[in-house]
Design a binder for this molecule. Structure first.
Ligand code: FCB
Length: 455
C-alpha cells in the first residue's frame, strides 16, 4: 500500500515521445580507488589527501565501492525503470578497461542504454605532473584516451560524452583551487579551458576516424543562468560578464567557432590570453549531436559591490554573485526551477539547431532515515518535480530537449564536500555501504511510468 505521505507522481504530457529517462554518476564519486586492474593515481587521489581540501578529510578511496558492487547497482538502476545510465570512464583505468566492458554488458543485459562520459575530472596524476590541462599536450593525450575507450566500447555504446563541465575542471581546478589539482592561477585556468575544448575536438576527430557505425556525441556543460539583480545597465553588464565566463567562453567556440569578443577583451584587461593556435577553433567547432545541460540553480549578479563601487581595486568591473532569494538545498544553492525553463529556451534561441539533453539535475538535502529505515525526502521530490515540470514547459514552448538524467543514482563523494552532501535517489549507509531507495526513487519510477503510459 502506498503510504499517505507519498508524493504523487507527475504526468509530463509535453515531453517528446522518445524522451530518454536516466540517472547519472561519475567514476571517482562512486567506484572506490581500487587498483586491481592497474588503476593509477588521479589528481583527486592526491587532492583529497591535501589537508583542508575536502570536508571532513574524506577521500574517494572506498566511495560507494561500486567497483565491487556493480551488478547490484545495475539492478538498482533497472528498478527505477529508466532507459539509460550515464557513467564516466576513469582515465586512470585506461590500461585495462575490463570493468567498463562488464558494466556495459550488464547494462545491456538489463535493457539499459549505456551513456559513457570520457572525462569527469579524474586526470591521471602523471599527466598533472607533466603540466596538467594548462599544458597543450594533455589535449592530445585525451584524444588517445578517447580512442582507446572508443575502440573497446563502440560496438555496444551508442552515446559518448567527451567532457563533463569543463568550466569546473578548468576554473575550479586551476584558477580558484577549490577542486583538484588545486592550483590558483587565472591564466592557468584559461589555458586549461582552451586545452579541454581542444581535447574535446581532437577526441571527436579520433572517435569519428574509428567509427564502424554512427554514434551520438555529446559535451556536457555547466548551464546555470546569470540574471541581473535589478534592471540597471550596470547589473545587466555584470550578468552578461558572468554568462561570458561561465557559458559563452565554452559554447561560443564549440558552436560559433570563435571565443566571445567581450570575454577576450575582459581577460586581456587582466593580462590573461587564450592560447589559441591556428586551426584550433576549426577542431573545437566541429559538429556534435547534443548539448548536455547540467543545471542546478540560477544566479543573480550586481555590477556594484556592497559599497556601491563599480570597479574593484585592480580596476576590473565588479561582477558580484547574489543568490536568488528562494529556499535553498543543502548545498546552499537557490531552488530556481523557472530559471531552468529560461535556460532551455535561451539555449534554443542563441544556439539554434542544437538538440539538448539534461545530463544532470538534482539536489542534496539532509536526508533523515526514519526508525523503520525509510527516507521521506519530500524536498528532493519537490525539487525534481518542479524541475521536470520546467523541462516540460520548455518543450511546450519550443525547446528540443531529448532526455533527463537525474543526479544521482546514489549518494556519493561530492568532491570538496566529501560524503556530507547527499544527492542520491538511493541512500548509502557509509558504514555498511547498504543502499536503500528514498521516497524520491519510488516517485521517479512512478513519474516515468505515468508519463510513458500517457502516450
Ligand atoms: C556537478 C558535477 C557532478 C556532481 C554535481 C552535484 O557539477 O558534474 O559530479 O558533483 O555537480
Amino acid at each position: 500500500m502506498i503510504p499517505a505521505t507519498r508524493p504523487a507522481p507527475l504526468t509530463l504530457t509535453h515531453l517528446p515521445r522518445d524522451f530518454t529517462w536516466g540517472v547519472a554518476t561519475a567514476s571517482y564519486q562512486i567506484e572506490g580507488a581500487v587498483a586491481e586492474d592497474g588503476r593509477v593515481p588521479s589528481i583527486w587521489d592526491t587532492f583529497s589527501r591535501t589537508p583542508g581540501a575536502i570536508a571532513n578529510g574524506d577521500t574517494g578511496d572506498v566511495a560507494c565501492d561500486h567497483y565491487h558492487r556493480m551488478p547490484a547497482d545495475v539492478a538498482l538502476i533497472k528498478s527505477l525503470g529508466v532507459d539509460a545510465y550515464r557513467f564516466s570512464i576513469a582515465w586512470p583505468r585506461a590500461a585495462d578497461l575490463s570493468f567498463y566492458d562488464r558494466l556495459v554488458d550488464e547494462l545491456l543485459a538489463n535493457g539499459i542504454q549505456p551513456w559513457a562520459t570520457l572525462y569527469h575530472w579524474d586526470l591521471p596524476q602523471a599527466l598533472e605532473d607533466a603540466g596538467g590541462w594548462p599544458n597543450r599536450d594533455t589535449a592530445y593525450r585525451f584524444a588517445d584516451h578517447a580512442a582507446t575507450v572508443f575502440e573497446r566500447l563502440q560496438d555496444r555504446v551508442d552515446t559518448f560524452t567527451t567532457l563533463n563541465e569543463p568550466w569546473c575542471s578548468a576554473w575550479l581546478g586551476y584558477a580558484t583551487g577549490v577542486h583538484a589539482p588545486g592550483r590558483r592561477s587565472p591564466q592557468a585556468g584559461i589555458d586549461a579551458a582552451h586545452h579541454l575544448l581542444l581535447g574535446h575536438g581532437l577526441a571527436l576527430q579520433a572517435m569519428r576516424a574509428l567509427e564502424t557505425r554512427p554514434h551520438t556525441y555529446v559535451i556536457s556543460l555547466n548551464t546555470g543562468t546569470a540574471n541581473p539583480i535589478a534592471d540597471r545597465t550596470i547589473d545587466h553588464g555584470a550578468a552578461y560578464r558572468a554568462d561570458g565566463m561561465g557559458l559563452r567562453l565554452y559554447l561560443d567556440p564549440l558552436r560559433h567557432g570563435a571565443y566571445p569578443a567581450d570575454v577576450v577583451r575582459d581577460l586581456a584587461y587582466q593580462g590573461i590570453t587564450i592560447p589559441v593556435r591556428d586551426g584550433d577553433l576549426e577542431l573545437i567547432s566541429q559538429p556534435f549531436d547534443m548539448l548536455g545541460c547540467n543545471f542546478y540553480f540560477g544566479q543573480n549578479y550586481a555590477g556594484t559591490d556592497e559599497a556601491g563601487n563599480t570597479h574593484d581595486a585592480s580596476g576590473a568591473p565588479v561582477v558580484r554573485a547574489i543568490m536568488p532569494d528562494t529556499p535553498r538545498t543543502a548545498m546552499d544553492w537557490a531552488i530556481t526551477p523557472s530559471r531552468f525553463t529560461q535556460l532551455l529556451l535561451r539555449l534554443t534561441r542563441d544556439y539554434p539547431g542544437l538538440p539538448l539533453v539534461v545530463t544532470e539535475n538534482g539536489a542534496a538535502f539532509d536526508d533523515v532515515v526514519a526508525p523503520d529505515g525509510s527516507i521521506h525526502d519530500d524536498s528532493r521530490t519537490e525539487y525534481l518535480s518542479a524541475h521536470l515540470a520546467a523541462v516540460a514547459e520548455a518543450c511546450a514552448r519550443g525547446a528540443d530537449v531529448r532526455g533527463y538524467f537525474c543526479w544521482s543514482l546514489l549518494d556519493n563523494f561530492e568532491w570538496s564536500q566529501g560524503y556530507a552532501k547527499r544527492f542520491g535517489l538511493f541512500h548509502v549507509d557509509y558504514d555498511t555501504l547498504a543502499r536503500t531507495p528514498k521516497q524520491s526513487a519510488h516517485w521517479f519510477r512512478e513519474t516515468i511510468e505515468r508519463t510513458r503510459g500517457s502516450r
